[in-house]
Write a protein that binds this ligand. Sequence first.
Ligand code: P1T
Length: 397
Amino acid sequence: MGDIEEQSSHTPGDWGFETRAVHAGQDPDAASGAVVTPITLSTTFAQDGVGNHKGFEYSRSGNPTRAALEACVASLEQARHGFAFASGLAAEDNVLRVLHQGDRILLGNDAYGGTFRLISKVWEPLGFPWSAVDLTDVDALAADWPADTKMVWLETPTNPLLTCIDIEAIAELAHARGAIVVVDNTFATPYLQQPLTLGADIVVHSATKYLGGHSDVVGGFVALNDDTLADRIRFTQNAAGAIAAPFDCYLVLRGVKTLAVRMERHCANARAVVDLLLGHPAVDRVLYPQLPDHPGHRAAAKQMRDFGGMVSFTLRDGYGRSAEANALEVVRHTEIFTLAESLGAVESLIEHPGQMTHASAAGSPLQVPAALVRLSVGIESAADLVADLAQALDRLR
Ligand code: P1T
């Protein structure tokens, strides 16, 4: 049920991003005039005669609240098709099902630990080989391209190092070698970057993050233009059944309405935090795509509207502690930045990827630095966020 042209015929394609975020797929309810898309909990839908229904039969196959979300986010990603799932990983799992046994997956060498775990611990044992590759060096990748590759899976910016990958360059190479490109657009969001317009074949999201935006819903999303691939995703969404529930769809729809304004504040606050970190003696390296020496800065400047709300940094050895111990001290002592996994919501979060979100990548090519701290910079007052981080860093002395 994820076809945008079926569900949002009243949404002009030339509306701006912010207008589509509020209205796409969300015409006032035909029966009541309700301005907000109703949460349709009904599992089944009446038929006048066999096969004669109003577009919905059974809620796993299609649900009006889910259809509204699917049309809305598809529109934001410039996609013809959108599919909402129970989690980001459920969305990813459904995308991987377009492959055939023996097809190789190239995974960028920095990615969410759960994506690495899904590919290496669930799909590899089923007969799907994979390799971790440096996607920032397109020439090296071209020279060393495994012939059985059928899918390139990339995040940009990556989780947690925020490396940026040139989507156009990777898509050109992959397509010339007969592979499709999947971009996890969770960190950038469609407000900052629209991978399908840059040649990517499939976009995936953890809707749990910026799309939902309030740390109160777990969800996933797939957006794409190719009709044949969309038919396969639609089939597995229904056949395997990892759908997003109506209430969850409502929460993501509600979150998406403010995506543009939230992202502007996330980016502005991130810049304030980066300025503090760049000047603090306890900090070794600041990772933020706007910095001219950041890996992939040029790609980010080319393909992103702004540089995002995620900031990572490493601590130095010192004050009688190792760099890792300093990192663990800092994440323990912030007050506004809450020590917690996840990201992309209005409240600021801080975490230690090595022992938290990326613990499953330990010992693998995707292992993250032990002294790394990751910040999800929220939309609170910038001055308060900067003061909070400053006091936590100053305590190291
Ligand atoms: O948690 P879930 O909604 O299943 O989404 C998984 C996922 C997919 N892709 C990216 C880039 C992600 O960051 C995530 C989840 N990440 C975290 C929970 C985290 O704290 O990094």
